[in-house]
Design a protein around this ligand. Structure first.
Ligand SMILES: [Fe+2]
Ligand SMILES: [Fe+2]
Length: 353
């Protein structure tokens, strides 16, 4: 499909006219559905306006492929939803010249199409650090909520989860792990590492947006029960006494009980919070479940939790190289504790990153 060189191409994933009244389109405009973009010669247009869900990794991949293949830079404009920072970050990653919030007004459209210089790119590292910072604050608020037995703030949590998904999609796992290890410590570092490993896993195996989001949320919350355990025990550098271990081992049930009473989460996430230290051979805790009683989400969280724990950097312990961590996981799967197919998938997801 080709267009005339002064025409504006409008690419949309929503029914035409829902956002912008047709009377306000530029005089020469062509509207195409997002899923046709692969077959459109973008260089034949003077500009492109994208009205699509920029929090969807599938949408971003599709746009990236087409826009990066362009030999000639054309101005690109994006509609975003107010308050969704994730869409702003993605628009920047895609080289936006300007963005406007939905619903687009005639004035907004005029402003949009008059921008001729690209916005300053958000550098990758600060964007990653910002996403990790947001997530750390969300963890702080969730841990406080458990300690005070008040409701979990799902808005803060889903905002943090969106930012992590975007960040991982844009910069990859290695940079996420490096950023988290540099700026965060203790239990929050652990939770952020595990979440990154889970999000990357979900993205690399091609899960749906909803499932990616679910795994990210499960990662953030899996150890929320540690909010009920004294920090001196959690952060103890040496070997734990049996009594101290018993205290730490309470965290899956503490987390589960809190979330069941104070959050609106699916049963599979609750099961993962309670069951992420269970092993397929029944040797885990707190319930000593056998493989048939452990759901897929829990199995994935367990494997990514171990990988994340091995990847931690502490004052007394450097981060273990990825290859060694994977070898340990493979040993555990050979011993029947965790699922071999998922360990293989994690190896592929980590190596692809
Ligand atoms: Fe845990
Ligand atoms: Fe953990």
């Amino acid at each position: 499909m080709t267009g005339s060189s002064d025409a504006v191409l409008i690419v949309t994933d929503s029914p035409l006219g829902e956002q912008i009244p047709a009377a306000h389109w530029p005089p020469i405009a062509r509207v195409e559905p997002l899923n046709a973009i692969d077959n459109i010669d973008l260089s034949a247009y003077s500009a492109i306006l994208v009205d699509a869900d920029l929090s969807s990794t599938k949408t971003i991949d599709r746009l990236k492929k087409s826009l990066h293949a362009l030999e000639r830079q054309i101005p690109r404009y994006f509609l975003v939803t107010e308050g969704r920072r994730v869409e702003m970050v993605q628009a920047n990653v895609l080289g936006a010249h300007a963005t406007e919030t939905r619903p687009l007004t005639p004035e907004g459209l005029k402003r949009l199409l008059s921008a001729s210089q690209p916005l300053a790119d958000l550098p990758d590292i600060p964007a990653t650090a910002a996403a990790a910072h947001t997530a750390s604050k969300a963890l702080g608020s969730a841990f406080d909520a458990l300690r005070s037995s008040t409701a979990l703030n799902s808005v803060i949590l889903s905002g943090a989860s969106d930012d992590i998904v975007v960040s991982l999609g844009a910069v990859g796992l290695d940079q996420w792990l490096d950023t988290v290890r540099t700026h965060h410590h203790g239990t929050y570092q652990h939770c952020l590492l595990v979440t990154g490993v889970l999000t990357n896993f979900a993205q690399k195996v091609g899960m749906s947006r909803a499932d990616i989001s679910k795994l990210t949320t499960a990662g953030l919350l899996h150890d929320i029960g540690k909010a009920a355990i004294p920090v001196a025990i959690l952060e103890k550098p040496g070997k734990l006494t049996p009594e101290e271990f018993d205290q730490i081992a309470r965290h899956p049930v503490e987390g589960y009980d809190y979330l069941k009473a104070h959050a609106n989460l699916g049963t599979d996430i609750l099961a993962a919070v309670r069951g992420h230290h269970e092993y397929l051979d029944g040797s885990g805790y707190p319930d000593g479940l056998m493989s048939s009683q452990i759901n897929d989400l829990t199995r994935i969280v367990t494997i990514c939790d171990i990988y994340g724990a091995l990847s931690e950097r502490r004052a007394y312990k450097p981060a273990m190289p990825s290859s060694e961590a994977l070898t340990i996981l493979e040993g555990m799967s050979a011993a029947g504790k965790i699922e071999a197919a998922l360990v293989r998938a994690l190896r592929e997801a980590v190596e692809a990153a």
